[in-house]
Design a protein around this ligand. Sequence first.
Ligand SMILES: [Zn+2]
Length: 389
Amino acid sequence: MLRLYDTRRRGTFAFRPRGKRAVTIYVCGVTPYDTTHLGHARTFLVFDVLARLLEAGGTRVRYAQNVTDVDESILQRAARDGVDWRELGRREERAFLDDMRRLDWRKPDVMPHATRELAAMIRLAERLRRRGHAYELPGGLYYDVSTFPRFGELSRYSVAKMRRILASQDDARLDDPRRRSPLDFALWRRVSDGPTWPSRYGRGRPGWHLECSAMSERHLGYPVDVHGGGSDLLYPHHECEVAQSEGAHGGRERFVRHWVHIAPVRLNAAKMSKSDGNMIFVREALKKNSPQALRLYLLDIHYRRPFDHDEERLARARDRAAALDDALGRGRLGPIERDRASAAVLGALEDDLHTDRAIRELERQARRKLEPGPVASLRTIARRVLGIL
Ligand SMILES: [Zn+2]
């Protein structure tokens, strides 16, 4: 039985999916304007292992991950480089998919793009306005956070902290200063420059958070079993998604069963991020490391703990992947069994995805003298679930 942490409840709970036909997983994906770094890879590989683990146990999974293909950061980068924003987005998205494919990523079943789902977003904005959660200003349509009493429940941040984070966002300069509260956020911004779409609130662009509320419901239904991404998305992105999605549904049923947030990858104690430019790129790391070694490295620390990049640890991961290949690399894949060796590895994964403990357990079991059945089962777990063989 899988137990999974839920950020909202700040605890680990039995995973009881609501999805009728499949477990539904929605992951906030990339804004494609720069190269995939280890922080992205770690985040998406955690959900990859979650999906593989469920599927290995016979559960159907429907996994959606969005592509934010219009956004202030793409527009700013395109303007800086003198390229068309659509061309920049398409090129970087292809590069992202290529990097992740090389990491043997369990690709999402659907990857919705913001620019192709404007109609669903505008419908959701309209639903929120009709329910009294939104008001119009000359600058666009804003969500009135005072109409949603649970606002702030997910992140548990103070108003002062939320205001500080908001002020540092790329799109803060576009917000209408006349909004009722500085925490009120844009569902639609009336803007004249750059790409715009028509709506009853004037020509403009959707607020960033709107796409994930609209697209998760359109592709996975409501509620979703697992929703997540990097821990930096907790506020404002996910907090605002909750206000939108639950507000549109009358606030009765929770939007998400398990919120899963992946701690950042850091370089010299600072978060690896596009905006700060301190990154190790996946394609660079793959020049010296096999995909299996890089997966082992990135999965070797539990996802809720920050990950400090360390070249020596990466070098050891290379050796460990090679040793695992020596021990288990040749031979048939067997069905996943519940013998003692396999149960030890699966038990670590089912305990809130402790990939770190699972890998160590796998290494320990692989060194033992085991019967062919358990070995074939371990081999399947290493290859099909963890992807490190
Ligand atoms: Zn999102």
